[in-house]
Design a protein around this ligand. Structure first.
Ligand code: DHB
Ligand code: FE
Length: 285
């Protein structure tokens, strides 16, 4: 049986990738933010996962507003970067995983989640920045990735409870897979931010900390929110919390919170990092 080691939630702000490419990690603006990551990397390296299932949102690079799947999953051998801003960086492609991916697809359709299956798909900072944060220098080629995009850009968007249930169905599918792979789940994006409009720059630290508290053992408190609540409380892009909820939905049993940090602002965002390990991987190295 495939095993889920735990979940990592992290913001995916594009400026993080640029800072890493320019070697700015220890400059005053960035130091506290980047200093939070080594403990999570150490856990990850010690666990030696084979596969990363990554819940992220496509910011309009692969799926623009004219064709926006609610839920899309990759089933390709490789994914190219197609990010916007600061020019398209020349970064290595992401390695795909097709067998578990198709197993998840089959299980999801049985579970009445009618996802879009992508045998070709470009990925953006929502996926590549967290990978680079975990494997600096873009050294993520060894890990097989299953990208799962949740619509957070164009209304109507799936609501928090649906994203949580979607993650749960994916966790069940992984646990029912006959292989012996070790899987880590990522939820990327958030926390509170609003990039445009009258409230541009809006960040809500108390709300972000509330979400980080509740997601550990009481995620149901968060699934009661509507997307309208999230926009009001966390800004229009704060809906990216839904990827954290999908990650949490995939985890089962007793969880140990091995790491948490929150730093604000990074660019326009309350930047959060959280590591929740299942009982199979609850030791911080
Ligand atoms: C920022 C944050 C995001 O989540 C994103 O997708 C793009 C930009 C930001 O804070 O700049
Ligand atoms: Fe984003």
């Amino acid at each position: 049986m495939a095993k889920i080691l735990g979940g990592i939630a992290t913001s995916h702000i594009p400026a993080i990738g640029v800072a890493m490419d320019k070697g700015l990690e220890q400059t005053p603006y960035w130091k506290d933010f980047f200093d939070a990551y080594p403990p999570v990397r150490e856990w990850l390296y010690a666990q030696e996962p084979d596969i990363a299932v990554i819940f992220y949102n496509d910011h309009g690079l692969e799926f623009f507003h004219d064709r926006k799947p609610t839920f899309a999953i990759g089933a390709a051998a490789q994914y190219e970067n197609a990010d916007e801003g600061w020019g398209i960086a020349e970064i290595p492609p992401v390695t795909g995983e097709t067998e578990l991916s198709w197993h998840i697809v089959n299980q999801l359709i049985e579970d009445e989640f009618d996802i879009t299956v992508c045998q070709e798909m470009k990925v953006d900072h929502g996926l590549t920045v967290p990978l680079t944060l975990m494997w600096p220098g873009h050294k993520y080629g060894h890990i097989k990735v299953i990208p799962i995009a949740i619509n957070c850009e164009r209304h109507p968007m799936p609501k928090p409870s649906r994203c949580f249930d979607f993650g749960k169905a994916i966790g069940d599918a992984i646990r029912s897979y006959s292989g012996n792979q070790k899987v880590v789940i990522f939820g990327t994006g958030g926390l509170s931010h609003q990039l445009d409009g009258q409230r541009a720059g809006f960040i809500n630290k108390p709300f972000d900390l509330y979400c980080m508290d509740k997601i550990v053992n009481e995620p149901e408190a968060l699934t009661k929110f509507t997307n309208f609540d999230l926009v009001e409380q966390a800004g229009s892009q704060g809906v990216e919390l839904n990827m954290w909820l999908a990650m949490r939905g995939a985890l089962q049993g007793t969880l140990t919170e091995l790491h948490r940090s929150y730093h604000l602002p990074i660019s326009n965002t309350g930047a959060g990092l959280q590591l929740l390990a299942t009982s199979d991987a609850a030791m911080l190295i």
